[in-house]
Design a protein around this ligand. Structure first.
Ligand code: AMP
Ligand code: MN
Ligand code: MN
Ligand code: MN
Length: 287
């Protein structure tokens, strides 16, 4: 393996178990082919793909950490907390994720009703065609349907015009609390990571509170290098990691060859002077 800071770790991506378009097995092969040296599959609010991902990684000789990405409501915003290296059979974690997924179908029906009001019919059934896991219908599946229906040219356009606050198809939702999400992960022997902090619409004070409360609950890391950050944000959140004494993570947030800007394993290395999150997780890596 390479020196620790330039290890080609990719600790954030999605499969058909949530809103990605590839299976865990195809993702594992793609990660390996792209030179990834440590991989985690982090499906939204789900761990049911972990066994498949682990087995696929093992057969390729690709070191693996278990992963998930939990939807959290904080300061009226949706914030994502990645968990890494946990026991995927931990009962409280599995139950907590099950509860977090619970409201998705009803929310999806309300989203479809909202879209129908602006003349877009059949969105629930249309989105469902893209769903791989019936418990995990997400805005991404609606976005794919809106492209198919010719309403938008690509999914990024959908999220500018629909499905986001103030736009047709947006339905507010209450996800897990920050405290519960961090506790489910840490009590299952994992490390909690603030995902892509540059993406949230938080004020400076709210962002400070997010980091401070996350740390107080036992959170230990933050994504610094992610497909969702600009180069300036790599630098900004490297400084935030140091300010809060958090370890740093790196992950593409890859969803699909057709939609994702950043492929598996294709990110720059972590900036120097940070503790890579995998340094905290050596004993949890499936080699
Ligand atoms: P949900 O959990 O149903 O609210 O869906 C959230 C998912 O929508 C995220 O995980 C992304 O995959 C996708 N998403 C949200 N905002 C955007 C955006 N601006 N561009 C592309 N995808 C987005
Ligand atoms: Mn997603
Ligand atoms: Mn996310
Ligand atoms: Mn993600």
């Amino acid at each position: 393996m390479n020196p620790k800071n330039i290890l080609n770790a990719d600790l954030h991506c999605h499969s058909v178990i949530s809103d990605g378009t590839l299976t865990p097995e195809v993702l594992a092969a793609r990660a390996k082919a792209n030179g990834v040296e440590l991989w985690a599959l982090t499906d939204h609010d789900e761990v049911s793909g972990q066994h498949r991902a682990l087995e696929a990684a093992r057969s390729l000789g690709l070191p693996y950490l278990t992963g998930t990405e939990i939807s959290v409501t904080f300061a009226s915003e949706t914030v994502h907390i990645v968990g890494l290296g946990f026991d995927p059979y931990d009962a409280a974690l599995v139950q907590g994720l099950h509860d977090t997924r619970g409201g998705r179908e009803e929310r999806a029906r309300e989203m479809a009703a909202s879209l129908a009001q602006v003349g877009i019919a059949g969105a629930f059934e249309g989105a469902l065609n893209y769903v791989g896991n019936p418990e995990l219908i997400s805005r991404t599946h609606f976005a794919r349907f809106l492209v198919e229906a010719g309403v938008c040219r690509e999914t990024s356009e959908v999220f500018r015009k629909y499905l986001t606050e103030g736009k047709p198809g947006y339905v507010p939702h209450r996800w897990a609390t920050l405290k519960n999400a961090v506790n489910w992960i840490t009590q299952a022997q994992g490390v909690a990571v603030i995902a892509h902090p540059g993406r949230y619409n938080l004020t400076t004070n709210e962002e400070y509170a997010l980091f401070a409360e996350f740390k107080a609950h036992g959170g230990q890391a933050v994504e610094v290098v992610t497909g969702s950050h600009t180069r300036q944000e790599f630098i900004k959140y490297a400084e935030t990691a140091q300010e809060f004494s958090l370890a740093a993570s790196r992950g593409s947030d890859f969803h699909s060859p057709d939609e994702s800007r950043t492929d598996l394993g294709a990110l720059p290395p972590l900036p120097g002077g940070l503790t890579p999150v995998w340094e905290l997780l050596g004993h949890r890596i499936h080699a």
